[in-house]
Design a protein around this ligand. Structure first.
Ligand SMILES: *Cc1c(COP(=O)(O)O)cnc(C)c1O
Length: 348
């Protein structure tokens, strides 16, 4: 979901942005109007996450999936090895892309437990000569989320925050690089946000495409070529909206309440199940299955009639998934819980 307030504002400004006589879609990305939009969005993101000037904030294209290649290209810096956590489908994609560029050491592997838990940190196997350590903070498909930031000492920590950035405050200074495709918890598709420590930049693999070079993107204010201007603008409106909600501390309180009550409803029922270790349950993506799989189609059809959309689970897992991102109001979660309990009364 996107906040309705944001879409209404975009609608009101659609044809004529701030009496400029232009739609944001029609502006030159180098003109003063668009520059002010872009800079304001960056300043607001820096404020929300308390990002210091030691970090570049980039607004790129190509989705989080392009980062799977850009990260090794930019961060190996003469080394030949990187450490990766494997906690689910998105980790696996990041790993197979990185393997084109370097040796990948797997720190821990959750696939043996079907990505329902993360092994104790005492069992994690880091390599001393890794250029960086990569992990997927929230596995969007499996609904498996780290409850803490892994401690990697002096080795830069790289984190795929695609489905959880801005759901709560984070200490950016713990990371070498944070990236997030915007379409999950930030704004519309077409934009990928990268927050990267500037001292790590500049030593890329020789064949790195210009567009994939973080240093060049930073030196050009993410405008080496034409950026995804409208998505960037809408992300800025979402940052405004988050500020108006009370910032990330307020978002965290609301998100905490939303996820707690949904998992409580699932755990308290005999019809619905979530297999993830309680400690590592995702705040944003709540997968659940029906004890009787043959009721799935009925569940989704009835849910749609009740105005509850997009509940079908990812094709890799089946079942259902409730993605309760920032813009999903608490009332939406309440409506889902009420619907589930009514469905259980009829079919349980
Ligand atoms: C969706 C997602 C991706 C891929 O994002 P794209 O922008 O579609 O490339 C990567 N990682 C995670 C955790 C995701 O949820």
């Amino acid at each position: 979901m996107l906040p309705a307030e944001v879409m209404l504002q975009a609608q009101a400004e659609m044809l004529d942005w701030h009496n400029s006589g232009m739609s944001v879609m029609e502006m030159s990305h180098r003109g003063p109007e668009y520059s002010s939009i872009a800079q304001k969005a960056e300043a607001e993101l820096r404020e929300l996450l308390t990002i210091s000037d030691d970090y570049a904030v980039l607004f790129l294209q190509g989705g989080a999936s392009s980062q799977f290649a850009m990260i090794p290209m930019n961060l190996l810096r003469g080394k030949t090895k990187a450490d990766y956590f494997n906690t689910g489908a998105w980790s696996e994609k990041a790993i197979s892309e990185a393997q084109k560029y370097c040796d990948v050491n797997i720190v821990t592997d959750s696939t043996a437990n079907h990505c329902t838990t993360i092994a104790d940190k005492n069992t994690w196997q880091f390599s001393a000569d890794a250029a960086y350590v990569h992990y997927t903070v929230n596995e969007t498909i499996h609904g498996l989320e780290f409850d803490d930031i892994p401690d990697t000492g002096d080795i830069p920590l790289v984190a795929d925050f695609s489905s959880t950035l801005l759901s709560r405050p984070i200490d950016v200074s713990r990371f070498g690089l944070i990236y997030a495709g915007a379409q999950k918890n930030i704004g519309p598709a077409g934009l990928c946000i990268v927050i990267v420590r500037r001292d790590l930049l500049g030593d890329t693999l020789a064949a790195t495409p210009t567009m994939f070079n973080y240093k060049i993107q930073d030196d050009n204010g993410s405008m080496y070529n034409t950026p995804a201007t409208y998505s960037w603008y809408l992300a800025g409106l979402v940052f405004d909206w988050i500020k108006q909600q009370g910032g990330l501390v307020a978002m965290a309180e609301i998100n905490q309440r939303k996820q707690t009550k949904l998992y409580q409803a699932i755990d308290g029922s005999t019809l619905f199940q979530n297999p993830v270790d309680i400690r590592y349950r995702s705040w944003m993506n709540v997968p659940f299955t029906l004890v009787n799989d043959s009721l799935n189609t009925q569940f989704l059809a009835d849910a749609k009639l009740a105005g509850l959309l997009s509940l079908k689970g990812h094709k890799a897992l089946g079942g259902m998934r409730a993605s309760i991102y920032n813009a999903m109001p608490e009332a939406g979660v309440d409506a889902l819980i009420a619907f589930m309990s009514e469905f259980e009364r009829k079919h349980g």
